[in-house]
Design a protein around this ligand. Structure first.
Ligand code: SPD
Length: 312
């Protein structure tokens, strides 16, 4: 934006590492409060649009949310082929729900988020993201612990999408990045069911958590792989892990994918199609190399510790 003047008086900084800050200017504060689980802001942030921030981490911006919500929702649905029951763990903003409900074969989509206050704020303040998805008769909200919900629904789901906040020590999401949770998801899936989660940054100096999450999921499921989502809001390419107990086709023919999307998906897609899916399923060499020598398995006793808000 050559020649532009600074347009913000307030800047919210996200610490990506002890030495790296990702900062957006805030032009309007729409909500700011401490919920029983986390600190929440909803803001307007200039070129990236309206945004949700939880515990100091930028979750989603209207300006680039489709670069995250389309891959995390449509990739597992395509890999499954005909999902009917979809569980979204987290996902309070409704962006994943909106995308999942574009699939005509989906009969039930549940958002299981522990923080009802965030759902309420997003429904009221971020209609650009949920776009009315919560009103769809196939949608249901389950405010509570997704871990418990999945444990109580064995063999029920075709697709489980963990659209969580980062696993910072002081936040609510870290137990859902552990072997115990991934086992619960495996137990909650129907035969042929597909699991996907947001698994962390692909930035080489920050990628240990992503590699270990992939390795931990791989210790549970028969097949695990990486999906790459390039989301400017997150400051680096972002990794999604995808897993299944049946073989996943990681080189899907774009024409076959496009035919399936044409049959099943109603509503616009901005970035996702057969060509994009084929590209995002190819794992970069440095990640394959690091995975081959990874030994750490995350458990409830030894969970991930994503870099949080404060410089230690
Ligand atoms: N570093 C941020 C990762 C955010 C993942 N969850 C985003 C929620 C969007 N629905």
């Amino acid at each position: 934006m050559p020649g532009a003047q600074l347009a913000a008086d307030l800047w919210i900084s996200e610490y990506l590492s002890p030495c790296d800050i990702w900062q957006h200017g805030v032009t309007k504060l729409l909500a700011s409060r401490q919920t029983p689980f986390q600190e929440m802001q909803v803001v307007e942030s200039g070129p990236y649009g309206k945004a949700l921030i939880l515990d100091g981490k930028w979750q989603t911006c209207t300006g680039d949310e489709f670069l995250y919500h389309e891959p995390i929702a449509h990739a597992p649905c395509v890999l499954h082929g005909k999902p009917e029951r979809v569980l979204i763990a987290g996902g309070a903003d409704g962006g994943v729900l909106r995308e999942v409900l574009k699939w005509q074969c989906v009969t039930e989509a549940v958002v299981a988020d522990i923080d009802g206050d965030v759902i309420t704020a997003c429904r009221e303040l971020l209609p650009e993201i949920h776009q009315g998805a919560y009103e769809d008769p196939r949608a249901r909200i389950a405010v509570g612990d997704a871990f418990e919900l999945i444990r109580s629904t064995p063999g029920y789901w075709d697709v489980i999408i963990a659209d969580l906040t980062d696993p910072i020590e002081e936040g609510p999401a870290y137990p859902l990045f552990t072997q115990e949770f991934f086992r619960a998801c495996q137990y909650g899936l129907r035969p042929g069911g597909v699991f996907v989660n947001q698994a962390g940054s692909q930035s080489p100096p920050l990628a240990d958590i992503l590699i270990r999450v992939l390795h931990t999921i791989d210790s549970v499921f028969t097949q695990t792989s990486l999906i790459t989502a390039n989301v400017p809001t997150y400051g680096s390419a972002w990794g999604l892990a995808v897993a299944c107990d049946q073989p996943l086709n990681l080189r899907p023919d774009p024409e076959v994918t496009n035919r399936l999307l044409a049959e099943q998906v109603r509503g616009p897609l901005q970035m996702f199609d057969g060509e994009s899916l084929l590209g995002m399923l190819q794992t970069p060499k440095y990640i394959r190399d690091r995975l081959a020598s990874e030994t750490v398995i995350y458990t409830i006793a030894e969970p991930p510790k994503f870099f949080g808000r404060d410089i230690p």
